[in-house]
Write a protein that binds this ligand. Structure first.
Ligand SMILES: [Zn+2]
Length: 286
């Protein structure tokens, strides 16, 4: 969905959920967290969607999960949904250069090789790939040296409003897991320099998610850095999964007609989270 649709969704949630604005983008769009707080002493499962602009089907997926009541069975922890972490980028994908204030248009077109087609755009409005901008071995894996559609890590770690907002939010919340929804390929990433004990814990958790989704666990050589999952694992020492939604045969951005299929693969999310919570608690007591 686009940003306008997100605003309507968030409005529709305000009676049932706490709506928090955790930050604002360069073009003054809001980054929302929709919270289901059962108890202030509970830990929280946090979802982060659409940090990569063209991967915004994840926003639709989590809204569908909320709307279909899949989280209702959860009673032991809080939930928070950062539904669209990169709204400036999503608007570029959905509505092109006209979504950009006039004085910035020339610069953004330049970052996009002067193409008007922004459908494959991943970055934010500064041409920074937000999922390389976190403080987790920042800059060790540079794919672009200049602001562009993807792979530019930024001038320094957490240089961007969006990354700052997420980090601040994580520090003020009490997360026990962070689920990062991306597209595509039906794969799950879960490791980033964990301790032996943390790795044992996180393996048990990722295997559960893999089993219920049918997605493949990826255990790559350490090619990622500066990602949100990387930051959560390394700095907060809690589990975090990057879940790549959607078959590899689909093209970016994934259209809404694939939403039901993606949803059906992920509809056991509440059970997976409950399992993850129990594993997390068990290892904390170990
Ligand atoms: Zn992504």
């Amino acid at each position: 969905m686009n940003y306008l649709e997100l605003l309507k969704k968030v409005e529709s949630y305000k009676n049932q959920y706490k709506i928090r604005v955790i930050g604002k983008t360069k073009f003054k769009r809001k980054i929302f967290a929709v919270e289901r707080n059962l108890n202030k002493n509970f830990a929280t499962a946090i979802f982060v969607c659409s940090i990569h602009a063209r991967e915004n089907i994840a926003t639709d997926l989590v809204c569908k999960m909320i709307d279909d009541g899949v989280f209702e069975e959860i009673k032991d922890f809080n939930l928070s949904f950062v539904l669209m972490a990169n709204p400036d980028g999503v608007e570029l994908v959905e509505n092109g250069i006209s979504s950009v204030p006039e004085k910035h248009q020339k610069n953004l077109l330049k970052m996009n090789q002067n193409s008007q087609d922004f459908r494959l755009w991943k970055a934010n409005a500064n041409g920074v790939d937000l999922n390389n901008n976190f403080d987790a071995r920042f800059g060790t894996n540079v794919n672009s040296k200049i602001p562009s559609s993807s792979g530019f890590v930024g001038k320094c770690a957490e240089s961007e409003n969006e990354t700052k907002a997420i980090v601040r939010y994580l520090k003020n919340t009490n997360p026990f897991i962070v689920i990062c929804y991306h597209t595509k390929g039906e794969e799950i990433y879960f490791n980033f320099f964990q301790s032996e004990k943390e790795l044992e814990r996180d393996k048990i958790i990722v295997e559960k998610f893999a089993k219920s989704t049918g997605y493949k666990i990826k255990n790559p050589e350490m090619t990622s850095s500066g990602g949100l999952k990387d930051y959560v694992i390394e700095k907060l020492k809690i589990p975090s999964l990057t879940i790549e939604l959607g078959s590899d045969e689909l093209s970016h951005p994934i259209k809404k007609d694939s939403l039901n299929e993606i949803f059906s693969r992920n509809k056991l999310i509440a059970k997976d989270l409950k399992f993850a919570y129990n594993v997390f608690v068990r290892f904390k007591e170990k």
